[in-house]
Design a protein around this ligand. Structure first.
Ligand code: GTP
Ligand code: MG
Length: 222
């Protein structure tokens, strides 16, 4: 019974996600669902991305959190149009869904956006099952979480279009093995891996080039 209910919820979500994707396609926007554990550095990555790319690449951000508007405020301070979804106002879900994203889209001027990042609620499990109408998924892992995360959360990593490994500035003070992480990722995914530090800026270049390439492939050509 519970399985049937969940399947019905996911089916309704899938239908709404198709609507969202159609609206994004009409607007020529490439949308990226950003998934990762609480504190892995998703917002920090978006801040660094905005600092270099925006407004040459016109970014927009939908922020998902259970509570607070802090992350959207951080992006607004970078000059990026950003809106916050607080799931505590609609039941406290541990992930975004397509209906929430559809509502958030109505608060953005789509004609001013080329690449839309949707930062999901910090969680490495639940967001994986809920499509948001995005074109691409990025998983943001980080060094302090340990090098075994792709092996322990395979479904999330398997659906990634790209994987960011953040906080490489902390490698010297942890027992994190880059080789072990890369090996466990390769067992479930062929997605490109971008090791970087959103704090020092080390390694950001590859990630930024990937974002620009997606804009050219999916959205309006530069
Ligand atoms: N050392 C180090 N700290 C980082 C780096 N990136 C982010 N942080 C720190 O990690 C903490 C969490 O960063 P956020 O960007 O808020 O993480 P988040 O994934 O958006 O968190 P939630 O939205 O709560 O899930 C902050 O204290 C950041 O300053 C990094 O590359 N290196
Ligand atoms: Mg955040």
């Amino acid at each position: 019974m519970r399985v049937e209910v969940l399947e019905r919820i996911l089916k309704v979500n899938d239908a709404l996600a198709e609507e969202v994707r159609a609206a994004l396609d009409r607007a020529g926007i490439v949308a990226v669902n950003v998934i990762g554990s609480p504190g892995s550095g998703k917002t920090a990555l978006l801040e660094q991305t905005a600092a270099v790319l925006h407004p040459r690449v016109r970014l927009g951000v939908i922020e998902g959190d259970i509570a607070t508007t802090r992350d959207a405020e951080r992006l607004v301070r970078c000059g990026v149009p950003a809106v916050q979804i607080e799931t505590r106002l609609v039941g406290g879900a541990c992930h975004l869904d397509a209906s929430l994203v559809r509502m958030a889209l109505a608060r953005l001027r789509l004609e001013e956006i080329e690449v839309l990042f949707v930062e999901n609620v910090g969680n490495l499990v639940c967001p994986s099952a809920y499509g948001l109408g995005e074109h691409l998924r990025v998983v943001v892992a980080s060094v302090p979480e340990g090098d075994d995360k792709p092996a322990k959360y395979p479904a999330t990593f398997a659906r990634a279009s790209a994987v960011v490994l953040n906080k490489v500035d902390l490698l010297p003070v942890t027992d994190f093995s880059m080789a072990a992480f890369a090996e466990s990722l390769r067992a479930v995914s062929a997605a490109p891996l971008f090791p970087l530090s959103a704090r020092t800026g080390e390694g950001l270049g590859g990630w930024l080039a990937w974002v620009e390439a997606q804009r050219a492939d999916w959205g309006r050509a530069p």
